[in-house]
Each structure stands twice: as structure tokens, then as C-alpha cells.
Design a protein around this ligand. Structure first.
Ligand SMILES: [Zn+2]
Length: 297
């Protein structure tokens, strides 16, 4: 058994306002059920020794949006003609399913697997039992390379000194090939096996953003000192900031200042999952965060 590394490109209506005057505004409605329409599938198949066995590139003919976002066209380089000659999503999914077979599916970050599930659901072909196991190579790579923030593929490529032609990024098959190069360099089965997800629907895959109108019970989140585990004195309660909630506190016992971060994710089944990070910070960092919180109001 080996691995199939997947990469997708989508069309969506993100930032389309910038081109608004070129389009009839009535056409620009975001599809809530499936905001990111898959337009290209790229995949690379590896055996268990990471030798490349096969590759796949499919263009999917769009049917959700009539408008092809010029920004996406610019980033991906996919032409209208290629899309017009594409196959249906259903056909594409069947080809991908056969291509994956019994291999473990992998991708850089969980967006692509999330979109496979979401697009499949939209097209009423939501049996995804054929995905037997899944690895988020970004998560694994970020951990083994000791980075704090989720790494971009580009950063991983650069850090690992992989030869790259920047113009080639954001092409589904090329990105899958680059991900393969990264994967080969950091591969260690004993470490990797802890990252294999059996049930992708239970995986916290979707980062919840502020505009999703989340209603979290901030009291249910335990706020304790990471050093001595005593209850802390909260000076600034949880507020949404960028992509997570933050709060500031101090510990009377060990006199530390603490930054609390709560990241909210949703599983593909829709269940909310909280992840709480606690970091001891110095006075200056504390003041900086306090200023930011004050600015949110
Ligand atoms: Zn303490």
C-alpha cells in the first residue's frame, strides 16, 4: 500500500468585487452549499517506498458558477477552453476514486479533502467510503520541521532546498509533485503513522471564521495558568481576533502573564472542536496584545 498525493484548484467568487464592473452583479452569488467549485484535480501515486507510479490531471467542467473568477484564472493559468473541455465532477470523482484505490490519500492542508467532501455532497455522490485513510502533509511537515505556524507549501519547498519554478505553483499536478518532493524529504513511517486519520468526517478540518457567526460559550473554556495550573485572573476576556479568540490574564501565584488562544474548528460532520493554546508572554508582548484587543472594542 502506498500514497496518493492530491491537489485541487477551485473557482470561487472571492474578491470578485475587484472585477465587479466587468460582470453583471446578479450573476455573482456565492453558492453557500459549495462555495469552492473544483475545476482541476491533480494527483500523484507513490508506492510504499515513495517511488512515483502514476500521475493524474483532470479538468472539471464547472456547473455551479457561470463566472470564472479572473483572479483564479491568473493564479492557476487554467483557460476557459480547458474548463469547457473538462469532464463532469461525477466522472472526475470516479476516476480519482479508481486512482486512489487502497492507498492512503494525502494533501497539503485539509482544504482539498474538505472540498472533495463538500463538492461530492453538492453533486449528490457523497459516498466517500473509498477514502480509507488520510494524511495532512502540512500538519506533519509543520510538526517535524518544528515550525509554530502552519507552513505554506512554498515555505516548505524553500526550507528543504527543493528546486522550484515559482510560476509552476498553483497548478494542481505541479503542486502535487512539489508536495511529493517535500513528503519524500521528511518521510519517517514511525512518526507519520500517528498522522493517519481513519475517519475524515470526524476530523476538525474547517477553521471557523468570524463571519461564520460563531456562538461560543467562553465560560466553558477553562482558563488556567500553563505553569502552575492555578486559576488565573482574566484581564481581557476572550475576543475574536483574526482567526482565533484571544484573552489575556495573569497568574497571582507565579506572576506570569498569559496569552490564551482558542481556535475553533468544525468537523466535516459539522461538530465544533475547540483547541486551546496557552503561552507565557513578557510585559511588552502583553501590552501589544492588550492594545490589539482594545482596538477590537
Ligand atoms: Zn501560575
Amino acid at each position: 500500500m502506498g500514497y496518493v498525493i492530491l491537489d485541487l484548484e477551485f473557482n470561487n467568487m472571492m474578491d470578485i468585487e475587484k472585477y465587479f464592473n466587468r460582470f453583471d452583479s446578479n450573476n455573482i452569488k456565492v453558492c453557500k452549499e459549495c462555495p469552492n467549485e473544483i475545476i482541476e484535480i491533480g494527483a500523484v501515486k507513490l508506492d510504499k517506498y515513495l517511488k512515483e507510479l502514476d500521475s493524474l490531471r483532470i479538468y472539471v467542467k464547472p456547473c455551479i458558477y457561470d463566472v470564472y473568477n479572473p483572479k483564479i484564472k491568473e493564479i492557476t493559468g487554467i483557460s476557459e477552453k480547458e474548463l469547457a473541455h473538462g469532464i463532469t465532477f461525477k466522472e472526475a470523482l470516479n476516476i480519482l476514486k479508481d486512482f486512489v484505490g487502497d492507498n492512503t490519500l494525502c494533501s497539503w492542508a485539509k482544504d482539498d479533502i474538505t472540498e472533495i467532501v463538500r463538492n461530492a455532497k453538492y453533486h449528490r455522490c457523497d459516498n466517500i467510503d473509498w477514502i480509507k485513510g488520510y494524511i495532512d502533509i502540512q500538519e506533519y511537515c509543520t510538526k517535524v520541521m518544528g515550525e509554530k505556524k502552519a507552513m505554506s507549501l512554498k515555505r516548505a519547498i524553500e526550507k528543504l532546498n527543493i528546486r522550484m519554478d515559482e510560476g509552476n505553483l498553483h497548478d494542481a499536478l505541479n503542486d502535487a509533485e512539489y508536495t511529493k518532493e517535500v513528503f519524500r524529504r521528511i518521510y519517517n513511517y514511525r512518526a507519520l503513522k500517528n498522522y493517519i486519520v481513519e475517519d475524515i468526517l470526524d476530523m476538525p478540518a474547517i477553521v471557523v471564521k468570524e463571519d461564520d457567526n460563531i456562538d461560543i460559550d467562553t465560560n466553558s473554556i477553562e482558563i488556567k495558568c500553563p505553569k502552575c495550573n492555578s486559576d488565573v485572573v482574566v484581564e481581557y476576556p476572550l475576543k475574536f481576533f483574526n482567526w482565533r479568540f484571544i484573552a489575556l490574564s495573569h497568574c497571582d501565584k507565579c506572576k506570569n502573564k498569559i496569552l490564551h488562544e482558542v481556535i475553533i474548528k468544525k468537523t466535516l460532520k459539522g461538530k465544533m472542536v475547540y483547541k486551546v493554546n496557552k503561552t507565557i508572554i513578557n510585559e511588552i508582548e502583553y501590552m501589544n496584545y492588550a492594545d490589539k484587543i482594545k482596538q477590537i472594542g
